[in-house]
Design a protein around this ligand. Structure first.
Ligand code: GLC
Length: 753
């Protein structure tokens, strides 16, 4: 009813002259300047109404002001699709029958496309679905940097490089918001592990914070224009990120000029005074663990509810704080639920399915191929498909990003559509059911019989397609738990070795949101690597295996040979991952109110700026497969680059052009990457850093010219003395390549101030 009255008033405001008769209040006049509407609404609010705006009234909504026709804010997960409706006041699903949606590929898959146009298409489609589901805030994208392959939530993020993550987050955000739905970029900041996520205090240098962990968030705000941002659960400088003075007041608002809303992660608020003073606007999910736990306490007990109201009344915190919060929230409301110009959205359309498929197609990474791929349908008579991920619906589980898709196609179904009855399937391995704090053990006898059956069938198959990897179970790719091992789970390494023994014609098609060990890498002829691909994932996988789609994905994160080759694990010191506990486990008054509390844990990012390929390059520890690596069914030759000058002056730039030729037999897409190396610097720098990339489609036998403009900003590092970005004079190199280690050309130039 509230919305009806609001729409009636808004429509009235559009009728010429109507205002004369019915003085439509300014805040209702949709053609009035946004800030004037905000100020007009603010002055009409009572103190109680302002405070009510600042905290949840249910699991995923905040109150509006019914008296003024200002509707509540409806929020929903998540980054890969609109989550099924959750009950008003519990974590249970509401059991609606009209909330099935399109499950889009995970954001790690989007990152693997290296295609900003695809990211825009993604944002448009998911924004339309969120709008249709009448959500005002979509809780995504996640842009936390991939620091360790054990992080349970890496699949929701966009890899190890801040430039790649930022370049793909911006178009996604802009397109979501064109639907009048706010993106909510998360989790700000330094949420790079799930272990002790609720309280771990992250120790990291200012330089690493600025060069690695903040840039994607900064781009999302400054270039993407994000209307909201979600505070992370963890702490930085000892203070919870959801009300962290440095992150929210100094950097987000002070430096970046953020005019949107800061929303806590669910259960991320812990203190009224800090929440009042340190830039938080909306408190959600307090006294819960963001996934399951409840508390008997009602919403009035939230930190920004009655306790805040009382502090305001007593003058213990300035009234200015609640006016600032109310302004940000009203601005969010006028941009979303009170924006009558916003489109109506759509759900599960052919266009959305085509978008999901296109993202999946472009995201699959061909890691290795001796020529066995693509599997030509008429070449084989018996094709054995082995693996639980050939049939498992990987949109279930994984935490808050889980989805209820209307349609899905499994890899096995899609392969059967192409290869028909040549396909034989066997599961090969079983996965224990997640039982909250642990995972059910599968009896050894069961595992043995599944493996023996697969091996027996492999003996007589012409070719084997293995479809395994990780899944969304606890301690796999799953929120609130990190992985316990770098190896594939459920006895898969042994299974793959056993299969190879009896049939060397095997294609490994693993699905995962993380890197994992590949002890069998030298014994298999081909390896494909995909993230979770959603509704149309099976079709993408089958089309790449059969050659209908030429793979063009590139790794958004390194795949180390072993865990100790990874920066976060190199020291073997738990201080660097997952951190150490320093005190007694402090149970708060409300059971379950700590999100995986730990006893005052602290983790130190000792590798500093050397994350991912920056570590592998600088420490000369080759990854098994490098950041930016991905093969094609065709070949690309890089011609000699031309540059506009061998010298860049202060404030100047250099234009670089390089011809790329498709010298193979089929059309394809290539991601041309440009890394900058500073030959000599007053501070240590990584060997090279990604500063530009371009994905190009090139028809067989044709060439395209790829253009780059290298700017002074591309040469800069963050100087902790001046707290600013600076470039030092000297010689630099521009490395152009097909991956971070497949450099095809290097151009040298001088930078002189
Ligand atoms: C969860 C997640 C966050 C999600 C929120 C609501 O704990 O950390 O990403 O959006 O709570 O489900």
């Amino acid at each position: 009813m509230k919305r009806l009255s609001m729409y009636a008033l808004l429509l009235l405001a559009l009728v010429p002259g109507a205002r004369a008769q019915q003085a439509v209040p300014l805040y209702m006049q949709t053609d009035a300047p946004l800030e004037e509407r905000v100020e007009d609404a603010l002055k009409r609010l009572s103190l109680e109404e302002k405070v009510a705006l600042c905290h949840a009234q249910s699991k995923f909504t905040t109150a509006g002001v019914a008296r003024l026709g200002i509707p509540e804010l409806m929020m929903s997960d998540g980054p890969h699709g609109v989550r099924a409706e959750i009950e008003w006041n519990s974590w249970n699903y509401a059991g609606w029958t009209n909330d099935s949606i399109t499950a889009f590929p995970a954001l790690t898959a989007l990152a693997a496309t290296w295609n900003p146009d695809t990211a825009a298409r993604y944002g448009r489609a998911i924004g339309e679905e969120a709008r249709y589901r009448e959500k005002d805030v979509l809780l995504g994208p996640g842009v936390n940097i991939y620091r360790t392959p054990l992080n349970g939530r890496n699949f929701e993020y966009m890899g190890e490089d801040p430039y790649l993550a930022g370049e793909l987050a911006v178009p996604y955000i802009r397109e979501v918001q064109k639907n009048g739905v706010a993106a909510c970029v998360k989790h700000f900041a330094l949420n790079n592990q799930e272990k002790w996520r609720g309280t771990v205090d992250v120790v990291v240098s200012e330089r690493a914070l600025r060069e690695i962990y903040l840039p994607a968030f900064r781009k999302a705000v400054v270039e993407g224009g994000a209307w909201s941002i979600m505070g992370a659960y963890n702490r930085y400088l000892g203070q919870h990120c959801c009300h962290n003075s440095v992150l929210l007041n100094d950097i987000l608002r002070g430096e970046w000029g953020f005019d949107g809303c800061v929303i806590t992660d669910w259960g991320g608020a812990h203190d009224t005074r800090e929440a009042a003073l340190n830039g938080l606007d909306i408190e959600m999910g307090t006294y819960t663990n963001g996934l399951t736990s409840e508390s008997a306490l009602g919403y009035d007990s939230y930190y920004l509810a009655t306790p805040y109201l009382e502090m305001l009344r007593k003058g213990e915190v300035p009234m200015q704080t609640v006016d600032d919060k109310a302004r940000n929230i009203l601005r969010l409301i006028f941009r979303t639920s009170m924006n009558p110009a916003r489109p109506w959205g759509s759900l599960c359309t052919e266009e959305h399915y085509a978008t999901a498929k296109a993202i999946g197609d472009e995201s699959i990474v061909l890691l290795k191929n001796n020529g066995i791929l693509p599997l030509q349908p008429d070449k084989y008579k018996r094709i054995l498909v082995v693996g639980d991920n050939a049939t498992r619906r990987l949109t279930d589980g994984g935490g808050s990003s889980e989805l209820k898709p209307k349609d899905t196609v499994s890899p096995l179904q899609a392969l059967e559509k192409i290869y028909g009855d040549k396909i034989i399937y066997t599961r090969g391995y079983a996965c224990g059911r997640p039982l909250y704090e642990r995972v059910e053990e599968v009896p050894a006898a069961t595992m043995d019989s599944l493996r023996n059956e697969a091996v027996a069938l492999a003996r007589t198959a012409d070719v084997v397609i293995y479809i395994g990897g990780l899944n969304k179970n606890a301690y796999q790719d799953c929120e609130s738990t990190d992985r316990k091992s770098y190896n594939l789970p459920f006895g898969q390494d042994e299974l793959i070795e056993a299969l190879v023994q009896v049939n060397p014609n095997i294609v490994i098609m693993n699905i995962s949101g993380n890197a994992y060990a590949m002890p069998w890498v030298d014994r298999v002829p081909a390896i494909l690597h995909a993230s979770y691909l959603g509704s149309m994932g099976g079709l993408s996988i089958a089309d790449v295996i059969s050659g209908r789609v030429n793979p063009s994905g590139k790794l958004p994160y390194s795949i180390p040979v072993r865990l100790s080759d990874c920066a976060a694990h190199a020291s073997g010191d738990p201080k660097n991952y997952p951190g150490i506990e320093r005190g007694e486990k402090s149970e708060t008054a409300i059971p379950g109110s700590l999100v995986d509390g730990g006893a005052d844990p602290q983790v130190t990012y000792a590798e500093d700026i050397l994350v991912g390929y920056r570590w592998h390059d600088t420490k000369k520890i080759p990854a098994l497969f490098s950041f930016g690596h991905g093969l094609s069914y065709t070949e690309f030759e890089y011609g000699t680059p031309t540059v506009s000058s061998a010298r860049m002056n202060a404030g100047g730039d250099i234009h670089l052009s390089i011809p790329v030729t498709n010298s193979g037999k089929c059309d394809g897409m290539e991601v041309v990457q440009l890394y900058i190396q500073d030959d000599k610097c007053s501070v240590p720098r990584p060997v090279k850093e990604l500063k530009h990339f371009r994905k190009v489609f090139v028809k067989a036998g044709e060439s395209v010219n790829v253009e780059f403009t290298i700017t002074e900003d591309d040469l800069k590092f963050y100087d902790e003395t001046s707290h600013d970005w600076i470039a030092e004079e000297g010689t630099f190199k521009a490395h152009i390549g097909s991956s971070s280690t497949d450099i095809r050309h290097t151009v040298r130039f001088k930078y002189l101030k």
